[in-house]
Design a protein around this ligand. Structure first.
Ligand SMILES: Cc1cc2nc3c(=O)[nH]c(=O)nc-3n(C[C@H](O)[C@H](O)[C@H](O)COP(=O)(O)O)c2cc1C
Length: 208
């Protein structure tokens, strides 16, 4: 049994940091993220691999206490139900990607892939530091671009709420409160990894 309802219950042993990572909506509004800790998160992202080492990611960080104006502007660009919970996070950040190569004006297919790897490392680093991240695609692209002055050829890709997890009861809707405690689910391994040919599950087998 996992010690926390949100911790993974893996079928095969995985690293503790992967097991314990999850994306909350409830953040502790009273705890700020120390500047040194914030820098460590983005340092982790910085060392991610990327196609041709072009590192097509940029991050714009806003903090409720230090930079309230851009924080509110970024919060104002969130859509759907995101604004209802994300304002409690002490940090809202935007991942921007460059979808063209640096050397020439051709489309760079890997920008999303590369940025996703950088964020994945950031999130693992955050987990090690007791911090949590929830990523959001639910935001208005042009509003976020304007709010944070993101210049072409960069474009806003994913927003992130970063902070310490909070009390699920602090969430305004019952749906979100329930979701905060619901065990996380995943597709089975034999649905996502195949051996030799598509559709053939990677079996346990015998080594050697
Ligand atoms: C690219 C991306 C976009 C997401 N967009 C939103 C969003 O707009 N709102 C939200 O509440 N969660 C969003 N999420 C969080 C996912 O719903 C969450 O990661 C997923 O349900 C798995 O839960 P877990 O991260 O706790 O394992 C997003 C996650 C990713 C990676």
């Amino acid at each position: 049994m996992p010690s926390h309802p949100k911790h993974a219950a893996p079928d095969h042993e995985i690293h503790e940091l992967i097991r314990r990572r999850w994306s909350p909506r409830a953040f502790d509004a009273s705890r700020v993220v120390a500047r040194a800790d914030l820098l460590r998160l983005f340092e982790a992202a910085r060392w991610a691999p990327s196609s041709m080492n072009e590192q097509p990611w940029r991050f714009v960080v806003t903090e409720r206490t230090r930079t309230p104006e851009p924080f509110l502007a970024l919060h104002g660009s969130l859509t759907g139900r995101n604004p209802e919970w994300a304002g409690a996070a002490p940090v809202l950040a935007m991942v921007a990607i460059r979808k063209t190569f640096e050397a020439f004006e051709a489309a760079k297919e890997t920008a999303w892939y590369d940025a996703g790897q950088a964020v994945a490392l950031l999130v693992v680093q955050a987990t090690d530091m007791g911090l949590f991240v929830r990523q959001m695609l639910g935001f208005d692209r042009e509003r976020a671009r304007g709010a944070l002055a993101i210049p072409a050829p960069f474009e806003p890709a994913v927003a992130m709420a970063i902070g310490y997890s909070g009390d699920p009861e602090s969430l305004p809707t019952e749906k979100h409160r329930a979701s905060e405690l619901k065990p996380r689910t995943r597709k089975a391994l034999d649905q996502i990894v195949f051996e030799g040919v598509w559709g053939q599950a990677l079996g346990g087998g015998v080594d050697g």
